[in-house]
Write a protein that binds this ligand. Structure first.
Ligand SMILES: *[C@@H]1O[C@H](CO)[C@@H](O)[C@H](O)[C@H]1NC(C)=O
Ligand SMILES: *[C@@H]1O[C@H](CO)[C@@H](O)[C@H](O)[C@H]1NC(C)=O
Ligand SMILES: [Zn+2]
Length: 435
């Protein structure tokens, strides 16, 4: 019996339908590697507790969610630890024995991940024409979305690549703004420098959508897009972001290979040529804050630095989006000192956090990164500022640790709505002169 092509198609789709109903479709994400894992919070009360906590982190290779490195663990400050299911009994016993008090933030990490994004492959979220901005998207989806925006909004958007990642992926940037004249002042925005901070790329996409959707109806947006260009890099660390979808949800660094060690990647926010690899950065390739072999050793950093250097006369503001802490930070990161144009930068930050708070009452701390968060050298924000970009900021988006890097998709919209107010406010500020 010979089947026609359409009959074959019918038979095939019937088989597929049967398969998907009979087989267990719901396999565990990330190979169930987070089963039994917990996230706990500690606030060491004195020197002794701080020491005990640091020892434990070192000895058991704990995945630190907050702060970013063991050396930042201090008395009176929050430390969020992701501990594996295998070692959790031993660790919790150790804490009890040291009478260190802790609070369980997430009792079963695997469940948390699966409740949140577990059904992602079964949802119809791939279509770019009905693209949802309230779910997290894979790198492939984000890149298709970028192509789509470039094609369908050529009056306001163009798209180009500024180089290639370590694994050879294009580093796409969207240029957003009305092409009234070729030269206009510009704002740089990057998201996803740290792979696991998924709310960043979600915000970058939201920003583009919102700008396009409100250009005609919102006079402020019209003014902004008429007078400025935005260079928007929705996923800075493309290799790391991809890896955080496929292998390790809590991956932070790039994915470059180190010849001597078995550890991968460098911290893309410690790899810039500004007080490189000094305080707040690690020389050890296995650490999460590893500064890399030399400044701009990471191709992603090198490409962005090259682009920013080339356009530094044009670019008036540098905005980088991270998570989590709910903070708006400005230079310096690498030292405790006031920047020369402190008053202008500070008042823009002050207005921005008030604007942000007006949406849902979420309060952001703001101030110099060194004294507000911690000292870190080789950051992109300090580098941008040192290279002549007068307004340089880093946002640490929601939340303050309840969900941490696993911010639920239901919070994407409110987070983006409030952050949008802050970004618009800063942008309006730089359109005015500040003395
Ligand atoms: C963006 O769209 C234009 C046409 O409007 C096309 O010529 C260009 O190649 C596109 N850019 C990319 C990176 O696909
Ligand atoms: C910026 O925020 C401040 C404080 O909320 C507000 O007074 C000002 O109107 C805002 N400016 C714009 C342009 O949104
Ligand atoms: Zn970050």
């Amino acid at each position: 019996m010979a089947l026609t092509r359409s009959e074959w198609t019918a038979v095939l789709s019937l088989c597929l339908a049967l398969l998907s109903t009979c087989l267990p479709v719901r396999s565990h994400l990330y190979n169930n590697r987070y089963a039994g894992d917990k996230v706990i919070r500690l606030i060491p009360k004195n020197n002794k507790e701080t020491g005990a906590l640091k020892d434990m982190c070192q000895q058991f290779k704990v995945d630190l969610w907050q702060p970013s490195s063991i050396s930042f663990i201090t008395e009176g400050a929050i430390a969020d630890l992701h501990i594996s299911g295998n070692s959790s009994q031993v660790l919790l016993a150790y804490l009890q024995q040291q009478s260190l008090q802790y609070k369980v933030l997430i009792s079963n990490l695997q469940n948390m991940i699966e409740n949140q994004i577990g059904d992602r492959s079964f949802r119809s979220r791939r279509s770019v024409s009905r693209y949802s901005y309230e779910v997290y998207h894979s790198l492939e989806e984000i890149q298709s979305w970028m192509y789509h925006m470039n094609e369908t909004h050529s009056d306001l958007i163009s798209m180009f690549s500024i180089g290639k990642s370590y694994e050879g992926r294009p580093l796409f940037v969207l240029k957003l703004g009305k092409r009234i004249r070729p030269y206009k002042r510009a704002v740089w925005i990057d998201c996803g420098m740290h792979a696991r901070e998924w709310i960043g790329p979600a915000f970058c996409q939201w920003f583009v959508k919102e700008a396009i959707d409100t250009y005609q109806s919102d006079p402020a947006m019209k003014r902004i897009l008429n007078q400025l260009y935005f260079y928007i890099m929705p996923v800075f660390n493309v290799d790391g972001y991809h890896f955080s979808w496929t292998n390790d949800r809590f991956w932070r660094k790039t994915r470059s290979k180190n010849s001597k060690f078995h550890c991968y990647g460098a911290d893309a926010n410690r790899n810039w040529k500004v007080k490189w690899c000094d305080e707040g950065a690690s020389l050890h390739p296995c650490d999460d804050t590893y500064c890399g072999l030399f400044p701009e050793s990471e191709p992603e950093v090198k490409a962005a630095a090259h682009f920013l250097r080339k356009h530094k006369k044009q670019i008036k503001a540098y905005l980088s989006f991270h998570a989590y802490a709910q903070m708006l930070l400005y230079p310096y990161s690498y030292k405790y000192a006031a920047i020369p144009n402190f008053d202008c930068v500070e008042s823009a930050a002050y207005n921005a956090v008030i604007a942000l708070q007006s949406a849902y009452g979420i309060r952001y701390k703001y101030g110099p990164a060194s004294s507000t968060l911690y000292v870190s050298s080789g950051s992109s924000m300090d580098w941008a500022y040192k290279n002549g970009i007068p307004y340089a900021y880093a946002f640490e988006l929601r939340d303050t640790g309840h969900f941490g890097f696993l911010l639920p998709e239901s919070q994407i919209k409110p987070t983006c709505v409030e952050t949008m107010l802050a970004v618009k406010n800063i942008t309006m500020h730089i359109l005015k002169k500040c003395h």
